[in-house]
Design a protein around this ligand. Sequence first.
Ligand code: BTN
Length: 254
Amino acid sequence: KRGLKTNFMGHDIHYFNEVDSTNEVAKYLAEEGAEDGTVVVAEIQNKGKGRRGKTWISPPGGIWMSVILRPEIPPHRASQLTLVTGVVVAKTIKEELNIDVGIKWPNDILIGKKKVCGILTEVNATLDKVNYLVVGIGIDMNVDVPMLPSDLQKGATSLKNELNTEINGALLVQRFLQNFENIYNDFKDGKFPEILDEWRAMSSTIGTSVEVRTRGKRVQGYAVGINKEGILIIEMEDGSLRKMISGECLHLNK
Ligand code: BTN
């Protein structure tokens, strides 16, 4: 916390050696009224959650963190914050560690073709407004890839494995929170289109063939672009266009 130069992001920071899931802790704190920019970090997660109900393996050495956000937005804009967070993570890794990263739709951060970070956003909203969001960020920082379960090793990398050196986690989290505050303020100031430009510039999805799953269905096509709302446009084999909202948002309340 020392050295954190933000106005609100991470001012309320809850640090744990071990939790089941930082997203679950953050949701609990949000229900108790925790403020915009509250952060939960843990050394280890015993039941880390990935997208689509998967387990997120969270050994020591990773950054397992959740941020509570309370933007005043309608529910259909909630998924935009996953894209915003992806830009923040990608930018931070790029600027601090000089590693070339790509963003895979909607929210995987890749080095080459290997995943180094995943984002799981959970939304609590009514029909007309978002109450809060919990944005969960998992970065394989000082994780040794050979220590991961064998089925994950091929598709995963870590910052340590890429650079062959241990990363200063406290510093990286600090820089991340500073970037997050700046870009989140831009988002609140109506600058989502500019943030999307950055997303586009780092996208490893646009201009490639993709398979996207929504509600269990697999859709194949070619990613032609992302529109100003943050919706991915896919051209199907018959030439028709389809829109894809990032599918990872779990809506908790009706
Ligand atoms: C994915 O499947 O790509 C998303 C992974 C998200 C993992 C992070 S780690 C911190 C936060 N707490 C969780 O339980 N999950 C997210």
